[in-house]
Design a protein around this ligand. Structure first.
Ligand code: TYD
Ligand code: MG
Length: 449
């Protein structure tokens, strides 16, 4: 008793309609809609086997068990480790190091758990060459080089590992579907079937998906609501640093980050990130802020270059902070310090291009702009924390205590912070804490006139 149903799926954005359109109603792209045939399962059978609702109070809560990914940084981003039966999507640009991190991790996990690594992009020999470069040990690690989806599913069921890795979802091909590998329909259909097998057999699944910055390969984006954890592996081609960011996590906090460095022999964890994003030089235009990305505070340099403009419209560019944030900070300086910044070009960059989302970096940005403008280095060995309000006030920052502790640990002598609400007297022995109420006070204290 099975019948066929058609749906029409946009290969650009993944939206679903019941009839064909030449132009997608959601993303407006032309000729991207393809027909997908779904087989409808026997509804009656499903209803007979369905579960019943139970009183909420009768549900017993049990501790989530996890196994280690082999990397402390990776574990932190996952919220402590890999949860059996969970589905993790690891996205990132091609060439960023996704295969490298999962292969290193697979080796380490295989010392305690059974791991199946499915490679649809490389041959067994290529994986072996990479493996030798990584200098790893393994015990219970199996490699399966295949692109045919049906064979991959069979192999996962047969091996029944603790963790199955799919590298990558765009390279596997479900021959029952007409669309080509990597298309939105293929990616979605393969992932949801993989997920059913994983949940059924309690196998943790790590799916790799290539995502470009402009979303050109949008397939994996459409999976984000399906999976339990979405991680993004980021970095640029210039620096060797890589960030593992959690975007969604059903078993832990989001916006946690792990930091790695890509070396000749694979990825190495950076346990002390403050050391790579700061230079400790005291020159004009450079300040240090302590940011909080996820649960861990660390120091990042902020550099500014402020120059008289030669253009009719002054130029403003940023690397690592949002351009809107810069415009707002410039407006606050202009209004509350009476400095006409519209006549100046302003370039701001963070150390190593590290992306800062914590608004408490505002004060560091403002002081580096003022320091470059006046051509005077800020107060030596100091760091700056505080969000700038539109009326020029320095607003309180979250996790201030841990940020001050991090600055003290790094040997920074002064820290400029918003007015304290809690008693931090015990920290005052290790670092000189200057509380400021507004940008004016911070400016006169930090930059000697
Ligand atoms: P890879 O893991 O293949 O990227 P992805 O799977 O995300 O496409 O990594 C490719 C890059 O990493 C490649 O440019 C070479 C570099 N690399 C190293 O620098 N050191 C190493 O040990 C390895 C294995 C790769
Ligand atoms: Mg790869």
């Amino acid at each position: 008793m099975s019948s066929k149903l058609s749906t029409f799926i946009c290969q650009n954005c993944g939206s679903e309609t019941s009839q064909y359109f030449g132009r997608c109603l959601n993303c407006n792209s032309w000729n991207t809609i393809v027909e997908e045939i779904k087989s409808k399962r026997d509804k009656y059978q499903e209803i007979k086997n369905s579960k019943k609702s139970i009183p909420f109070n009768e549900i017993s809560s049990k501790e989530i068990s996890r196994f280690t990914s082999g990397f402390k940084e990776f574990n932190r981003v996952l919220g402590g480790g890999i949860v059996p039966g969970s589905v993790i999507l690891l996205g990132g640009e091609p060439g960023i190091g996704k295969s490298t991190i999962v292969l290193q991790s697979a080796g380490k996990i295989s010392l305690n758990e059974k791991v199946l690594y499915v490679t649809a992009e490389e041959s067994l020999e290529q994986v072996k060459i990479r493996w030798e470069r990584l200098n790893q040990n393994s015990i219970d690690l199996k490699i399966f080089a295949e692109t045919n989806f049906a064979l991959i599913i069979e192999e996962i069921k047969r091996e029944n590992p603790s963790l199955a890795i799919i590298d990558s979802i765009q390279a596997i091909h479900n021959h029952e579907m007409e669309s080509s590998p990597g298309s939105v329909s293929q990616v979605r259909a393969c992932s949801s079937e993989l997920q059913n097998v994983a949940k059924d057999k309690n196998i943790a699944l790590l799916i790799i998906g290539h995502v470009t910055k402009d979303g050109a390969l949008a397939g994996p984006k459409t999976l984000e609501h399906l999976v339990d954890v979405v991680l993004n592996f980021e970095g640029d081609n210039i620096s060797s640093h890589r960030l593992l960011r959690s975007i969604k996590n059903r078993f832990g906090s989001t916006f946690e980050i792990g930091i790695f460095e890509m070396l000749e022999e694979g990825l190495r964890e950076i346990k002390n990130p403050s050391s790579i994003f700061t230079s400790k030089e005291n020159i004009s235009g450079v300040t240090t802020t302590i940011t909080n990305e996820g649960s861990r505070p660390f120091a990042v340099d902020i550099q500014a270059l402020v120059n008289k403009t030669f253009y009719s419209n002054s130029r403003r560019t940023t690397t690592g902070i949002s351009i809107n944030r810069l415009h707002q900070i410039l407006a606050v300086i202009e209004k509350h310090l009476g400095i006409k910044l519209s006549e100046f070009d302003c370039y701001v960059a963070t150390g190593g291009g590290f992306e800062i989302n914590d608004p408490s970096s505002d004060l560091g940005v403002a002081i580096s702009i003022l320091s470059s403008l006046k051509n005077i280095p800020p107060l030596a060995s100091s760091s700056f924390i505080g969000e700038l309000g539109l009326s020029g006030q320095v607003r309180k920052s979250k996790n201030l205590r841990t940020k001050i502790e991090e600055a003290a640990r790094l040997g920074i002598k002064n820290i400029v912070v918003p007015k304290l609400e809690e008693d931090l007297n015990n920290l005052k022995n290790s670092i000189n804490i200057k509380e400021v109420a507004n940008i004016k006070e911070a400016f006169y204290f930090s930059i000697s006139q």
